[in-house]
Design a protein around this ligand. Structure first.
Ligand code: GLN
Ligand code: ZN
Length: 766
């Protein structure tokens, strides 16, 4: 008999109940007990939603983040919060976000403490709190959270399978805060894991899911050895361990995984289908093999017949040893498709969110155990949906397919070299040395948001909305005139989100109402759904930019989001390679670029904020991604005349490892985030001669602090040591939409006067 299990369920709730409860507590609007009650409710609802699954995860619920939960379970709290007493949850929030709630302030420093560093969870858009290590770090078990939840679940009749992060991954994903080596902590860590497994075992639990997600990445020999040591030492545990990996194939780590002394292994059979047989051959005959057969990262219905075609023989081969599951935790998909009231019915019939994915799993189990006839109706309905999607004219647009087939290298090639272009552009733009500009958005005031939502709801008409937005644009232009900036932006008032705004105007995109996914803490995102061939029915931004340009003699930047960023921040189709969807986006945005140029726009900025995010987990695959990502960007941007200046913007400057790809994009100017690192991130430009213009950010827009003129001058002088001053721009780190006008005005005033002083110092008064 095949059995089913789940690796994790979305914790935010179908209506983002967790977010609202967290935020109310942090603002002092609710009590800790109220927050805890919401947590308990969500766990109960989630377990209910997983009924019929043989092993249900416990410990996947979190008030902030599962890695931070693990740090607390292991007693690895940063020194700076150890002095606080009171409820553990408050200390937990101090590490998570620098402070807890007003109710918990008792001994709190009103300024809070430094929040733990946050970083991306593998290649997902989820962010975890990085464990901190020192040479003298010690661990001490606090299993209370997990044990309480195990009891809570058992009381509700749930067949529990606790979920924990494994010791090697826990260490690997953390960071040393001194010059020690975190791997040397393993001998101190393992006894605590032994105690933890013992404590879980005392609850009468049969299986524990132990996530060792780093097994899908390249490992140094010492880390491979750590796996041997760790699992040897945990092998006498009385609970059975299901060693769990996801997000990719095991490749060279497969023999290591197969040889570890655990009771079972979970493999992501969506991303590593061709490793299933190899693993079966190498795995000792008494091991359980769990196959992640339903994609836990996308929102598409699985093709159940196709899965059964390859899975039925495997089930025969393995018998009771086979478990099936989603490929990874369902944390990365929205909760419930049934909540979507507005989604187009046809598109809806192609989708599956977390609850629906578990339903697919139940169907697969019945088909495997009792034969396909036992679930004939479900399988037929699935086939109908899969065929409808495959054949739909809304998905397949022959004109778009032909355009992609017609792409040549020529399309991404500027007509002349940067030097030639730069000379022509300088002639037209007549910019001073150290030209000043901003990254695109200006503060999104509550009036702007109100007008947008009224327009969306239909309570104001298009003309009223247009006037409201034009007024905002006019305000931005006036402010920029007063500030004396050199290159203007229109302010992006009409955009709710830099990806959604374009998605809404492109054919091939759909939008959910409640398709939220946790990004970190209480922050959720609602990625648009790229379901079909992408085309642009009409110009998307031209009228706003033209209006903005009509108000000033200064150059107004056209402002677009690039194809790679649109792709990386969407749920994308699984029926064609990502690279092809990216090419389609590139062609659509290219049309917009050319329309802007046609309308007389001289500078066009194409944001690629998320280019780096798309890097594959394994370095060996980076180049392939960078090649198609950069090619797509080039197709989108480089069709313009020499005289048109192309800018791009990226929200980071960890360029060292991808600098050559960035240079190949061949943007005339690139703006990046550098202010926080004090320009240290520009180090790469010492060894790599970046050929075009650069605007290293001098204003940290994530902070309410106002940079002084001196600070900005100092930052620019540092930059000028690495990049010739005639190729430097002066600008903030990123868009200003989350800031207030009261902060933006003084900061930009300082920025403009700093640029003027730099010009004088360089003997260039232009
Ligand atoms: N142009 C966008 C803005 O200014 C860029 C945002 C981003 O890079 N995340 O808001
Ligand atoms: Zn940015």
């Amino acid at each position: 008999m095949v059995r089913t299990h789940n690796l994790g369920f979305p914790r935010i709730g179908a209506d983002r109940e967790l977010k609202f409860a967290q935020e109310a507590y942090w603002k002092g609007q609710s009590s800790r007990d109220q927050l805890k009650a919401v947590g308990a409710d969500l766990r109960r609802l989630n377990w209910n939603a997983q009924h019929g699954i043989d092993f249900i995860p416990v410990g996947d619920f979190s008030f902030y983040d599962q890695m931070l939960d693990m740090s607390f379970t292991l007693g690895n709290l940063p020194e700076r919060v150890r002095g606080y007493h009171g409820d553990v949850l408050d200390n937990y929030f101090r590490v998570a976000r620098g402070r807890s709630a007003p109710a918990a302030t008792g001994s709190d420093n009103p300024d809070g403490v430094a929040a733990g560093e946050m970083t991306k969870w593998f290649d997902t858009n989820y962010h975890y709190i990085v464990p901190e290590f020192r040479g003298d770090t010690t661990f001490a078990l606090d299993a209370s959270r997990l044990i309480e939840q195990i009891r809570e679940a058992k009381a509700l009749g749930v067949n529990v399978k606790p979920v924990i992060i494994g010791p090697v991954t826990y260490l690997a994903l953390g960071k040393e805060k001194d010059d020690s080596d975190r791997l040397s902590l393993l001998p101190k860590l393992l006894p605590v894991y032994q105690q933890l497994l013992e404590a879980i075992g005392c609850e009468g639990v049969e299986w524990v899911q132990i996530d060792e997600s780093i097994l899908v990445t390249e490992l140094e020999p010492a880390w491979k050895q750590a796996f041997e040591t760790a699992y040897q030492s945990l092998s006498s545990s009385r609970t059975k361990l299901l060693l769990t990996t996801y997000f990719g194939p095991l490749l060279e780590n497969l023999p290591l995984v197969a040889g570890l002394p655990v009771a079972g292994v979970h493999l992501d059979a969506v991303n590593a289908r061709d490793e299933v047989q190899v693993l079966i051959e190498q795995l000792p005959a008494d091991r359980v093999l769990s196959l992640g057969v339903i994609n836990g990262r996308n929102i598409w219905k699985a093709d159940l017949h196709a899965i059964l075609d390859w899975l039925e023989p495997v089930a025969k081969q393995l018998g009771d040893r086979l478990w099936i599951a989603p490929s990874c935790s369902l944390l990365h998909v929205p909760v419930d498709l049934d909540s979507e009231q507005k989604l187009d019915g046809e598109i809806k019939s192609w989708l599956a969110f977390a609850k629906q994915k578990l339903e697919e799993l139940r169907t697969l189990k019945s088909a495997l155990n009792d034969g396909r006839d036992a679930v004939r109706a479900q399988l037929d309905a699935n086939r109908t949906a899969i065929q409808s999607r495959r054949q739909s004219p809304r998905v397949n647009n022959p004109t778009v397919k032909a355009a992609v087939a017609g792409i040549t290298g020529q399309l991404g090639q500027r007509k002349s070299s940067f030097t030639q272009r730069a000379a022509k552009q300088a002639e037209i733009l007549k910019l001073p040395r150290y030209p000043t500009t901003t990254i695109g958005s200006f503060p999104q005031t509550s009036e702007i948001r109100r007008a947008r939502s009224q327009f969306k709801a239909g309570t104001i008409d298009e003309a009223t909305y247009r006037v409201a937005m034009q007024n905002e644009i006019a305000r931005c232009v006036r402010e920029q005139e007063a500030l004396g900036l050199d290159v203007f932006v229109h302010g992006e008032a009409e955009r709710n989100d830099m990806v959604e705004y374009f998605g809404e105007q492109l054919d091939g995109y759909a939008f959910s109402t409640l398709g939220w996914v946790q990004s970190y803490g209480s922050r959720c995102v609602k990625p648009p759904i790229l379901f079909g061939d992408i085309s642009r029915p009409k110009a998307m931004t031209v009228k706003w930019i033209k209006y903005a340009q009509s108000l000033t003699k200064k150059p107004m930047k056209g402002m677009l989001t690039g194809p790679v960023t649109i792709l990386n921040w969407s749920f994308v189709r699984d029926d064609q390679p990502r690279s092809v969807s990216c090419q389609q986006l590139a062609l659509a945005i290219r049309e917009e670029v050319l329309d802007l140029e046609q309308a007389g726009v001289q500078i066009i900025q194409i944001d690629e904020a998320a280019l780096r995010e798309g890097l594959p987990l394994r370095r060996s695959q980076w180049q392939e991604y960078l090649t198609w990502a950069v090619d797509s960007y080039r197709i989108c941007a480089n069709g313009v005349a020499d005289e048109t200046q192309i800018h791009t913007h990226m929200c980071y400057s960890e360029f060292n490892d991808i600098i050559e790809a960035i240079a190949q994009m061949d943007a005339d100017a690139i703006t990046i985030e550098t202010s926080r690192s004090d320009m240290e991130l520009l180090e790469v430009f010492e060894t790599f001669n970046y050929p075009n213009q650069i605007g290293p950010g001098v204003y940290d827009i994530h902070s309410p602090n106002i940079p002084s003129e001196e600070q900005i001058i100092a930052l620019m002088k540092k930059a000028a040591k690495r990049i010739p001053p005639e190729r430097l721009w002066v600008n903030p780190d990123c868009g200003l939409k989350t800031r207030q006008w009261e902060e933006v005005i003084p900061a930009l005033t300082n920025m403009v006067s700093a640029a003027r002083k730099l010009r004088v110092a360089d003997g260039n008064n232009a």
